[in-house]
Design a protein. Sequence first.
Length: 159
Amino acid sequence: MKPQRLDRTVTCYRIGDPDGEYPIFDATGSTLYPGRWNDEDNPIIYAAEHYATAMLEKLAHGQGQMPANQHYIEITLPKGSSYDVVTKDTLPDWAHEDGSAARECGTRWIQEVRSLLLFVPCYVARVDKNILINPAHPEFSSIETTLANPVWWDERLFS
């Protein structure tokens, strides 16, 4: 299967701590704490198609605690960027509890350097997508990000 090309500019979002061990737009965390779509030997940047989806992802991984000092960035993916898509139809076991099908798929995609982006289903918001970014891809330098802005957490999310 040949990667497709974005027919428009796409904006996605990522949340993190700008004073943390590594920058928000960095793949180091994915090697220290691998996610559903990668293993520790294959760095990747996880982003969300929507700001609210990025918040839900952060909350799901925060174990019910309000994350401290969280900021978001907007990530601009230029028109013409290469991408692949995973759906529940192309990878029926993507949401399996052990995550092995998704991890195999994502790891293979990273290693093949097939495309800059991989659109995948979001586990916590199944109709939304997460966008995986391969920092080893030659198109990576075409991505632009905004300065980090504070995330405002509504206290009702934690009560």
